[in-house]
Design a protein around this ligand. Sequence first.
Ligand SMILES: *Cc1c(COP(=O)(O)O)cnc(C)c1O
Length: 506
Amino acid sequence: MADYTALVAARSGSDIVQQLGSITLETLIQMDDNDELKGQTQAFRAPTIHELKRDNSSDVSRQTEGESERRCIYFCGNSLGLQPLRTRAYVLAHLQHWQSKGVYGHFSEGSAYEGARDSRSPPIMDVDEEAKGPAARVVGAKPDEVAVMQTLTANLHFLMASFYRPTKQRYKIILEGKAFPSDHYAVESHIQTRDINPKEAMVLIEPPSTNSLILPTSHILSVIDQHASSAALLLLPGIQYYTGQLFEIQKITAYAQSRGIVVGWDLAHAVGNVPLKLHDWNVDFAAWCNYKYMNCGPGAIGGLFVHERHTQVTPTSAVPNGQIESGTQVTPNYRPRLAGWWGSAKDGRFSGVNHFVPSPGAGGFQLSNPSALDLAAVRASMSIFAAVSMTQLRAKSLKLTAILEHLLMSPSLLNLPAQVKGHWPPYSIITPADPRERGAQLSIKLDEGLLEPVMERLGDAGVVVDERKPDVVRVAPAPLYNTYVEVWRFCEIFTNACYVARSGKI
Ligand SMILES: *Cc1c(COP(=O)(O)O)cnc(C)c1O
């Protein structure tokens, strides 16, 4: 059985497949049996094909009863992760807590709140704090460098308000030309609101070659060099949402920082997918959403990271020995930001004195009291992540995705009609072939005209993947809940769908 060091050293999917030995349906069943994450897989339940197709409104309770019918193959965790089974219990526990405690539910102590504490519903004052520890583990940060708050785009705005500090000399923001629209708009609008012309200030990194969308590190570094003296900020995705390319976060961060550029990362597709070490990599800031690989539910509360060197709150030098006379208001030094009461030190939140002093740490970037209802779903999912390591997840993910690639590119292993002729396969994979440059997702580019019929067949067969018109299917086996056998079944259904779709065209 392949070990982690060998897996992460592999330079191609076939390297990994070789480590695994022969790939047959039988060996994959065996691998599922031996999977150390099997317990986590069982913490989720994919929709049944029947559920996907019927109107749920009449009978919600049936969903919990475990229908005997076949589950769909859900390879869409890059878009919206599955609901953990325990989420329902966490949400209900919160509803009960709110109903029975009212405002007293905020605190753990006090005359009215001495009841037995349900770990699924801590005091409302602490719900955001409880989520940040597991989140910090997932992104490789210290707990105080992470805040669970707001949504991804909002967090990018708050972070740029603090970290984009344009001067006459340095005012550009470098990002990718094919950035996710929201990131592009966020950057553009920040530049506009500072009365700077986006045409001059937005540097869009385009692929160096016309026949690939991949941005090689060397190319990114050369763009940084071109704008080294005029760029204020570099904002890139950890994993590119369309191609699935995993960027060299540590190397790019260090390179840009050495040229005086602040570096932020959008980790929407990286968090919960690949191991991250934001603290050690010295990243300035990062933001992510929690509804993709993090499984916290549609529009869930997101997260942000601010490196601890940016979050210190220090007494001003004007105060001798840090001694503050009582009654005087001394404003300490801290990084300017868009502030709200939830970012102020906890004991100051209810003081009634309008004197903002942020809590040290990323928590000092919070604004509002968070929705405890939404956080119930976040904490439910975090409790699953707290029980696994990103190394374990990555090890399984490398195997799942390598097997997926292997079977897609050698369909002779599968049960395909013998008369497949001519140009095969009628698709190519646009995600990097080197496993070190990708996460769980493979983006498959279909030959012209095939997308619609293929998606239709996949839908009929109960396969859930994500299409990007005109011709790309994004396929993401999530290591937390997908299985090796599902990869096999997916490849059979997918290659058959391609075969039939193409035959239909001829
Ligand atoms: C999913 C995703 C978003 C979505 O932003 P929200 O603010 O959560 O709606 C933004 N950027 C990237 C790169 C994404 O992948």
